[in-house]
Every structure is written in structure tokens, then in C-alpha cells.
Ligand binder design. Sequence first.
Ligand code: SAM
Length: 283
Amino acid sequence: MKRKIEIGLLVVIVGAALAALILTDGGKSLEKSHPGLSIDEIAIRNVTKGTVRYKIKPANSFKEPEKKSIKPGDMHRYTSKVTLDVTYERVGRDVTRHLAPGTPYAFRYDENNLVHLYEGSHGRGDVEDLAPYLVTPREVVEKMLQMAKVDGSDVLYDLGCGDGRIVITAAKKYGARGVGVDIDPERIRESLRGAQEAGVEKLVEFRLEDATKTDLSEATVLALYLLPESNALLRPKFEKQLQPGTYVVTHNYRIPGWEEKEIDAVSMGDLRGKNHTIFLYRR
Ligand SMILES: C[S@@+](CC[C@H](N)C(=O)[O-])C[C@H]1O[C@@H](n2cnc3c(N)ncnc32)[C@H](O)[C@@H]1O
């Protein structure tokens, strides 16, 4: 009898522990993974300059797809617990993408200036979606900082800082002060953790902020890994707020309209053999 009770108790304890594990670890998936979006929502934003037409229907259903058209800057939201299939035209052919609930997407230009549907960085309708979250490999970060000649007298800003690696590396390696801003709270949490681990909390600041609202007047170096249309959108702000002489270093994408300010461009492979280009500008 006693043994039965013990086994019963053990089952209850293991069950509770498992449930706790699922709720805490799985908490990540229960939590909103993207700001501005709930887990059963899908957002599609159009960050191109033209209207995009697409068709949408639940995946694996024989339902006739709904025809939609989305204007530049607009966002369409769908409440769905199942994957939705979006079909759009690309170079005269229909392309279908499967969209996962809880995820933001955006029609953007690819490197050939063709419209493509990408996973986006956030689903907030009130904030520009400047780029999805992708990291700059550490060796590329090092090269960006070298090219911008970062030293201890600099104040480096990273708009859309991701996990804060550019700001943190500049502080740790060169003693530069730095400010990173990102719209995603998870990224800011990671950045703060990274700064602490690197022991540079006193030199850096990370802010949950819309980068289009960041005051850049104290920056001496600006680092960017944003899409070309976002660089173009921010260019008037750079011209207004950056001090003449400020270095602007970008990963992979140029700043359209700043051709005469480009002073260097370097291509390099990362440790996995992927190619990257770094562009250096002087305001
Ligand atoms: C391509 S990642 C670059 C991350 C980091 N700078 C790096 O190079 O490793 C772009 C980042 O921009 C952020 N982002 C997108 N729109 C934003 C906005 N309006 N304001 C601030 N951050 C934004 C995304 O959350 C994402 O972390």
C-alpha cells in the first residue's frame, strides 16, 4: 500500500515537473515571439514602393483563395491557428509561401530589385519594419569596426542592434561608447545580457526604441545592417542629424543616394564561406 502511494506521489511530482518545464521552456512559444503580434496572428506588410497583389487561403484546403491587394506601407492581419498559403507573382510565375501563425511577413525587394515575401522582424503597425532579424557574423563585425577606425573616443550607434554584438564588440575591443536600439524586446534583453557578460555595461546603452525616432546627433560612428529601402528611408535623418565627418558603416546594403559619400567597399567571406560586403561612408 505504502509502495503504491510512493509510486503515485512520484508520478505526480514527475508530472508537475514536466508541466513546469513545458510551461517555462515552452513559455517562449506561449509568449508573443514578435512584438505587436499574438500567436494566432499573421501580419503581412508591404514595404515596397508599389501595390502588391496576392491570393491567400488556409494551407491544405480546397477553398478558393481570396484575392487581395496591399498598398505600399499597409499591413494586412489575419487571425489563424493554421498555416496560410500566400501566392503572388514573381517574374511571370506564381510563387506560393506557407505563412506560420504568430509570424510577421513583408513584401520587400530582393537584391535584384524583385518583390519577394520575407519573414519580417515585427508586426507592429505603428512602426516601420526596417529589417528582419539576422546577425552580422563576428568576423564581419570586426572588419566593420576596423574600416570605421573605431577607437576609445568614439560613440557608436547601431540602429536595429539585434543581439548588440556590434556595440558590445566596439566597447570591449576599443573602449568605445555605444548605443544600440531595437524594436524587439527580446533583442534588447539579449544585448543587455551580452554587455554584462562582456563586462562593458558602463560603456553601452541599449534601448527599446523605434530607430526612426533615435537622435543620432552624438554618434561619431553609425553601424547599420538594414535593407536598402530602410537605408533610403533613413537617409534624410542621417543628413539632418549626423555630424559632418561621421563614419557610417553598413553590412551588405548600400545607402541609396549616398554614392558620392561612399569611401570604401570590401567583400569578405565569413567562417562558413558566405560572402559579405561592407560599405563605408563619410557624412
Ligand atoms: C538585420 S538585423 C541586424 C542586427 C545587428 N545590427 C547585426 O548586424 O547583427 C535588423 C534588426 O533591426 C530591428 N528592427 C527592425 N525594424 C526596426 C525599427 N523600426 N526600429 C528598431 N529596430 C528595428 C530588428 O528587430 C532586427 O533586430
